[in-house]
Write a protein that binds this ligand. Structure first.
Ligand SMILES: [Zn+2]
Length: 352
């Protein structure tokens, strides 16, 4: 056997004995890990010896290699055994558990400001004999566009404005499913199931495929009311607006009414209210004009009444639609709609 081979065999014996001593003395898992790295790791002592063995003559290589293999098996076995022993006996906690220490505080939950406003409006309209009504968030082109008198080429039917469900490609009408882009489709469901006269309020979430900014979100809440009777005057809208603003602010708020065009109403109007964030002086919420469009509405278009199974020669009505998030922003003077859905407790816990 060559001198080099003899030296390597002695090195292996020494390494083996030293390592087994260190393992017996290891007092913690991190001690065991340190030994494993030091001896077996890529730049450890045992791989260093293995690299030297590669240069030995074939006969020496076999003998020294076997010794190295035996040492590695012993060391690995002892390391594993020591680790198991330490895991079984080491305390799981770094210090004794003190059950008298105070725990983490759990505060009372509260309603999201949008939910709170929705409930407040439900109460106000229920007191006026309105029925609070809900309908599914998944709807169809038939209900949300065709029956609401949207022309066939209306841009809201494009994918860039409405979230169409997968599988809707190439389909039309009742087979083309979408996330509802407005609440108005719910009124059609109701009309088909009920005989007028009726008053209903239907809050809920709607979806628009648009980019977000301080005034726009992809999903937001609306609140819509509809009353249907014989000879509903358009001035009924004023009554609905006042009911809503009284509920939200508990004080008079300046509004203005303009004509507005929406496919499902004839005639249509738009209610603007004075921006409550800046008191009409102009800010980023109102795009520096001091007014915000908050409530479009109008009389149901004869085609809509017909789609709902009602005779437009007999029945009239009044729609009013409220952007609920925007009204919450006005109620509390919030200037960015994205805060409403960011689920940030630092923001939300301010609304007791
Ligand atoms: Zn403003």
């Amino acid at each position: 056997m060559s001198d080099t081979a003899e030296r390597l065999r002695r090195d292996i014996t020494v390494l083996n004995e030293q390592t087994l001593d260190r393992i017996r003395a290891a007092a913690s898992i991190s001690d065991v890990d340190a030994i494993r790295r030091d001896v077996l790791g890529r730049s450890g002592r045992l791989p260093a010896i293995r690299r030297e063995i590669g240069a030995l003559p074939a006969e020496d290589r076999r003998v020294v290699g076997a010794a190295l293999h035996e040492a590695q098996t012993l060391i690995t076995g002892d390391l594993d055994a020591r680790q198991r022993h330490l895991l079984d006996t080491e305390p799981a906690l770094p210090r004794p558990l003190d059950v008298t220490l105070p725990g983490l505080p759990v505060g009372p939950g509260r309603l999201h400001p949008t939910t709170q406003l929705m409930y407040d409006l439900n109460d106000a309209f229920a007191a006026l004999n309105f029925e609070v009504y809900e309908s599914p968030e998944v709807s169809s082109e038939l209900v949300e566009f065709d029956e609401l008198n949207f022309p066939a080429d209306h841009p809201a039917r494009e994918s860039m404005d409405t979230f169409w469900l997968a599988g809707a490609e190439g389909r039309r009408g009742a087979d083309r499913l979408c996330l509802r882009p407005h609440l108005t489709g719910a009124s059609l469901h109701y009309m088909r199931e009920h005989e007028p006269p009726f008053r209903l309020a239907y809050p809920g979430r709607v979806y628009r495929n648009e980019s977000t900014d301080p005034r726009h979100e992809r999903a937001f809440f609306q609140y819509e009311v509809l009353l249907v009777d014989e000879d509903v005057p358009l001035s009924a809208a004023r009554f609905l607006v006042d009911t809503i603003l009284d509920t939200v602010f508990g004080r008079p708020v300046r509004t203005r009414m303009r004509t507005g065009f929406f496919p499902f109403v004839e005639p249509g109007f738009e209610i603007d209210m004075e921006c409550q964030v800046c008191a009409g002086r102009g800010c980023r919420t109102c795009r520096h004009v001091g007014w915000l469009e908050v409530m479009p509405g109008g009389s149901p278009h004869p085609n809509v009444l017909r789609a709902g199974g009602l005779d437009p020669d007999r029945w009239t009505g009044c729609y009013l639609n409220v952007g609920l998030d925007r009204l919450v922003m006005m109620r509390y003077g919030i200037d960015d709609v994205r805060l409403m859905h960011a689920a940030d407790l630092r923001f939300l816990t301010q609304f007791a």
